[in-house]
Design a protein around this ligand. Structure first.
Ligand code: BMA
Length: 859
């Protein structure tokens, strides 16, 4: 059921949200009705959905097939090279037109759009990340009015702009321009991934992708409210409310600010307004503020601030925002061997656990509330406290940040630039400036926003060979300097100035990764700044290199796998079930792709012949690789203070580095990340000829515990056992145990044993982990007999499992709508009962449960 809920039409949900918004803003009029669209020049119009995209409208009107199905994408490239028109009729009675002004607001136009009201051009848009707004009162009349939006083909516009420069602006191969085309994505302020990426298709959309409405204005209107935190102590928060007020007349009004609906305003003073735009600042304090904490550290107190502008006792205009009281600093201390890079949150040196986040669909308006909640709830359930909103996507919807505020997920926020230089065009710079101001202003109240980052991976590739042919396309030094100067203008000048001017509480980092701020070299560092580590995977180096290549903050590293079989069935048919089939290859966009998966699988696992078992083993491989990396990063605390793997989600059903597939199925890696990110981690490792056990704690209090170590054979026989007392220090990683492998194994066969390590306190299990002494392909694993019971407890199914044989990476499946289990892909230790819960809308019987394990995947 969840799949279908996730896939539900977004618009119902959006509409509800908008209605709620509408009620609050009283007179705001949503313009979602009766839209039609056509290919420019066609005579026939078809029904359109707004907000939406041209692709989804073509799909809904049966003019194209599902772009994600098989290779349909290939035949749909014409859509991005075509102009489109949208229109609707707006009807008003004279009363509705009485306001002094009527602002037509598009929260998002994708991308080159001319807007006409009654055939008068009122707006020309050229940036999908900006809001477009115009007073259209002069154009409106009582009765019927036409509203029309003409979208120019982004690919064609891009080619025109390409011709305006005498050289190709360097861009990565993620821009999947077709034969005879150029990499024109760099010219358009539109989500980079729409032009293709190494995990996504090339589907160059157009459309009214965010809400559109009319805002009537009389006398005065609060356009923006920012609650700025000047100082935060346990005694008080010193705050300022910054308001932008548009006033149609000059004169004195009264401003009130209230907190959390209190009847007594925290601020109440007369204010003088000039005619036009006014910037007002008022100061006040909040006594004994309750702090906002990231997930795992405390509650997420959010204060609601409401500013009301009154004329006498009559409220003219009001605005409310939420804000959490917290401090976030990024600390970089210089050391003899390495420089630190860590987040200090409310004075706590905090290890950031999380992932990189990409847009959840190629057709953005389809991402409804249920899907946003699914991702953020997944992050929370996986013990994460940070996501990085990566620069090749979008500045996310308000709802995304609201959920992060409510659930304690900090955001590393990139500006929307990734893997390509910026064209040195004057109007482009102005456009970027406006985009930055708008988005910083829109997002700055959210306590979840931890920092701003200029771009993804541009600094590191400047001057490297990565740009390939593009570099050779520079005719001379002057050309390349103009591109380098454009880089500096955007990332060293415009963006930091906007952050300083509008959100100076926050840290600005010019590029990710880089060793030190303002870097323009391709120097890769493991000892300074943030690190993207891709030698494992991209460089096809052994997975074990994750153990050595650790920097102060690991902002990217990742490993691919295929999605769940249920998801594959949505785009492929049984004849395609081979990773080298045309269809499966079309859903694998990484140039290293399938070859890397196979190479790594051969190193660690017996490669299954059957397609579903290959996918299963691939997911386990990905999970074990990332477990190894996460645990290594956490053991290296406090030297390393962050681990954000690439990537939590997908934008379509495909092979990728995601830990959760497009349909929301948790891959093996999601479960493994959840375990590896537990606040208290016990982490055993073989270092040369000794076994060492670390306890990594993110808890702020020390814990006294017992470390239980048991060497078991695969039928559960205890071959060696020890128990020691350990003191787990707060917020650090401690090596608590060391023994030589020889002493531990006591001559036991390495292929037939595992080390079961547990941290206990008064017989309560605080943490558990397993260690093996051989790669899985060398382990003597027999087909396990799983004993289990299935019962229903209210809305959940409870599965109780045990086995007399080790079942390695046991996967439990329960049909196509059970997409998340309380745990899955775990090692079922012989003789130990394990309980797993999950939800399903179906009436399941015991025989509906299906198991798979590494023991039998390659039999
Ligand atoms: C990173 C990202 C993305 C890319 C990913 C996988 O470096 O920044 O550009 O999709 O690697 O290759």
């Amino acid at each position: 059921m969840l799949i279908s809920t996730l896939k539900q039409n977004l618009f119902g949900v959006l509409l509800l949200l908008l209605l709620a918004f509408n009620a609050k803003a009283q007179q705001l009029m949503q313009l979602t009705d009766k839209w039609e669209f056509r290919k420019a020049g066609d005579s026939k119009w078809g029904a359109a959905t707004v907000p939406g995209t041209v692709h989804t409208d073509l799909l809904n009107t049966n003019q194209i097939q599902d772009p994600f199905y098989r290779t349909n994408e290939k035949d749909q490239q014409w859509i991005g090279k075509t102009d489109w028109e949208y229109k609707t009729t707006l009807s008003f009675d004279a009363n509705q037109l009485k306001s002094d002004k009527l602002y037509l607001v598009f929260e998002g136009l994708d991308t080159y759009a001319d807007v006409y009201v009654n055939d008068v051009k009122v707006l020309e848009a050229n940036n999908m990340f900006r809001q477009w707004k115009k007073d259209v009162k002069p154009q409106l009349k009582a009765g019927n009015n036409s509203l029309r939006v003409y979208f120019h083909a982004p690919v064609v516009k891009g080619e025109e702009l390409f011709k305006s420069l005498p050289f190709q602006v360097p861009a990565s191969d993620n821009d999947q321009a077709g034969p005879g085309e150029h990499k024109v994505s760099v010219f358009t302020r539109k989500a980079g991934y729409h032009y293709g990426w190494d995990w996504g298709p090339r589907l160059v959309t157009a459309g009214i992708w965010r809400p559109v409405y009319l805002v009537p204005m009389n006398v005065a209107r609060i356009q923006d409210l920012f609650i700025k935190q000047k100082q935060l102590t346990t005694e008080q928060a010193s705050l300022e409310a910054h308001l932008e007020v548009e006033s149609l007349t000059a004169g004195t009004k009264h401003l009130e600010v209230t907190v959390d609906g209190s009847a007594t305003p925290i601020y109440s003073q007369p204010v003088y307004l000039d005619k036009g735009m006014n910037n007002l600042v008022c100061s006040f304090t909040l006594p004994k503020p309750e702090l906002w904490w990231p997930n795992g550290y405390g509650a997420q107190k959010l204060y609601t601030f409401r500013a009301v502008l009154k004329d006498g006792s009559k409220a003219l205009t009001e605005k409310q925002v939420r804000r959490g009281m917290r401090t976030v600093e990024v600390i970089q201390e210089t050391g003899p061997k390495a420089n630190s890079f860590y987040f200090l949150v409310n004075g706590v040196k905090m290890f950031m656990k999380g992932a990189n986040y990409i847009p959840q669909d190629n057709f953005l308006p389809r991402v409804n509330k249920v899907r946003y909640e699914h991702v953020i709830n997944t992050a929370v359930a996986s013990n994460m406290n940070m996501l990085r909103v990566w620069g090749g996507g979008i500045y996310e919807n308000d709802l995304f940040y609201d959920l992060c505020d409510e659930k304690g997920i900090l955001i590393w926020q990139d500006f929307m630039f990734a893997c390509a230089m910026v064209p040195p065009l004057e109007n482009h710079m102005q456009n970027i400036y406006e985009e930055a101001v708008e988005n910083v202003k829109r997002l700055r109240n959210h306590p979840s926003i931890a920092m701003w980052c200029g771009n993804n991976e541009i600094a590191i590739y400047m001057g490297s060979n990565y740009w390939g042919n593009a570099k050779g396309a520079f005719r001379n030094r002057q050309d390349s300097m103009s591109v380098i100067n454009a880089y500096k203008e955007v990332f060293h000048s415009i963006l930091p100035a906007v952050v300083k001017g509008y959100d100076d509480e926050k840290f600005y980092w010019s590029s990710s990764p880089q060793p030190t701020n303002w870097s323009t070299t391709n120097r890769d560092s493991r000892t300074s700044g943030d690190v993207h580590y891709w030698e494992v995977w991209g460089g096809k180096k052994p997975i074990e290199l994750y153990l050595e290549n650790i920097g102060p903050f690991m902002s990217e590293y990742g490993f691919q796998s295929f999605p769940d079989m249920q998801t594959i069935k949505t785009f492929a048919t049984p004849q395609d079930y081979d990773i080298n089939s045309e269809i499966m290859k079309a859903h694998q966009r990484s140039y290293v792709g399938n070859g890397a998966i196979l190479q790594y699988m051969q190193a660690w696992y017996k490669v299954p012949k059957s397609f579903p078992n290959f996918l299963y083993t691939g997911q386990v491989l990905q999970a074990e690789a990332i477990k190894l990396a996460i645990e290594a990063h956490r053991r290296a605390k406090p030297y390393c203070m962050g681990s954000l793997y690439w990537q939590i989600d997908d934008c379509w059903p495909a092979a990728s580095w995601s830990s959760m597939d497009y349909n929301g199925f948790w891959k093996a890696q999601q479960y493994e990340s959840k375990r590896a990110f537990e606040p208290l981690l016990v982490s055993p490792i073989v270092k040369k000829d000794s076994v060492q056990v670390y306890v990594v704690s993110d808890q702020l209090k020390p814990v006294a515990a017992q470390l239980q170590i048991r060497l078991l054979d695969f039928s559960g026989k205890v071959l060696n056992e020890s128990k020691t007392s350990v003191n787990v220090s707060a917020n650090t990683s401690t090596n608590v145990y060391r023994v030589s492998v020889k002493t531990l194994l006591k001559g036991a066969n390495r292929n037939n044993v595992l080390l079961d390590v547990r941290l206990l306190s008064e017989n309560q299990e605080l943490a558990q982990n397993c260690l093996y002494f051989e790669n899985p392909k060398n382990l003597k694993l027999n087909k396990p007999a799983i004993n289990y019971t299935l019962t229903k407890d209210q809305d959940r199914y409870v599965l109780k499992l045990n086995s007399t044989q080790l079942a390695k990476n046991l996967r439990v499946s329960a049909g196509d709508d059970a997409i998340i289990f309380s745990d899955n892909y775990f090692d079922l230790i012989p003789g130990k009962e394990k309980s797993v819960t999950f939800q399903s809308s179906k009436a399941l019987k015991k025989s509906d449960i299906v198991f798979m394990s590494i023991n039998e995947a390659a039999l």
